[in-house]
Design a binder for this molecule. Sequence first.
Ligand code: ADP
Ligand code: MG
Length: 494
Amino acid sequence: MENQFRQYPLEEDILGALDALGYTQPTEIQAAVIPSILNGRDIIAKSKTGSGKTAAFAIPICNFADWEQNTAQALVLEPTRELAFQVKDELYAIGRFKRLKVPVLYGGFPMEKQILTLKQKTHIVVGTPGRVLDHCKRGTLDLSKVRYVVIDEADLMLDMGFIEDVKNILMHLEGKPVFMLFSATMGERLEALAAQFMHEPLEVKIENDTETADTIEQVGYFVDEDEKKLPLFLDILTMENPDNAMVFCGTREMVEVLYYRLRKEGIACGMLHGMIDQKVRTRTIEDFRAQGFRILIATDVAARGVDFQNITHVFNYDLPTNKEVYVHRIGRTGRAGETGRAVSLIREDEQKMLNSIESFTGVGLAILKPPAAEDVENARSAFLKRQRQKRPRKKKKQDVFGGQIMNLTIGGGKKSKLRSGDVVGAISSIDGVDGKTDIGAIDIRESITYVEILNGKGALVLEELPKRTMKGKYRKGSQTRERIGTIIKVRHSN
Ligand code: ADP
Ligand code: MG
């Protein structure tokens, strides 16, 4: 079947990347906003985590970006470092065949290194507000050519106290860029921000907020005494023995209690909350995505916007205090036609909240009896076995491009006076390789050179390259796993 994204006026390079990513049908939010963004209209969009908001703005932005320009043409603001990286990966993947450069700016990383990166060609900048503003003030980030601005997770940005920084950044823009604001909730302060900077924005609300997919089985357990909650949870977890689970807690403290309790039993798990260092959070997220462990314990805020696939279970260790949050949480599972289970623990004084959730979603939770001690005992060894077992690491989603793009290193660099012209010359002299379209970024270091070979020509280049000389010497090439997007400094036609 033809890729449904072909209904939009998009470049072949973009459509090819969407094919490679397996995006064949726009999600609801994408269908609602892509045509407007392509037409240059400002938008305010509200929809839940996992609805595909990133590609909704990334597709038009990557389509618009002009490779020839040297300074940023789009700016994407994210509340946290891990979301900045996640969004960068998506922009980078969608812009892959256009070879778009997407630097990430965030606090806690050496300013000097970011300044060096910004001196190179930059197409789309993704960053957290504080650091982006820092660069603006120092004059190291040129926003004068920015035509698209995205404020992602705007409500979280506001809660985290970033709104003044955001406003300040917007003041550095010239002309009238297209503004896009994405948020899970809308309030007066966001509307005021929109009114100040946006021009007749299209307001899009994906009204499935109350809907819980019928692929999700919702069950609940009553717990009458607080002390019984943790042991009850452990029993339920043992019985469920989940493949991939998210456990939501109301407080950081509870996240830690559960985490250390499970770790004590040798169970592989991870935790996310706001007081954990950003670097550690990023590693936890990557590890969970790679299937390094099966149980992730988190607060709502720390998990917001973070994309995980194949979640089989959502546990509400603590029931949320807001019915919409319940819907957002359990929407992590039962996606893409898969079935999922949502398991909630309900204290007696939370009966009202339960009623409110049930009438909001129109679905009643099946209330179950606590598992019998004997059953838990019988299930225990299978549980420990699965939860302690290592799985093969899963590849990153963006690795779908692996077959078409190969990163090579070539022996020799600046020391041997190698220049990009030499590399391009040698590679394009190979029969079947087109120097214009098959060679991507090149990065020449002191004594090593990185080069990207596109369109599945990598193997051919590996075989033929050693038969040719560069600067009078035969040089060996080899494949590298290093991600060129993060190392590249120059390109041959620069
Ligand atoms: P949100 O920002 O709304 O929380 P994301 O942009 O993180 O959602 O997307 C959630 C997941 O959906 C990601 O894994 C993304 O790769 C996937 N996705 C996005 N658009 C499509 C599409 N059109 N077809 C298939 N998968 C998609
Ligand atoms: Mg998002």
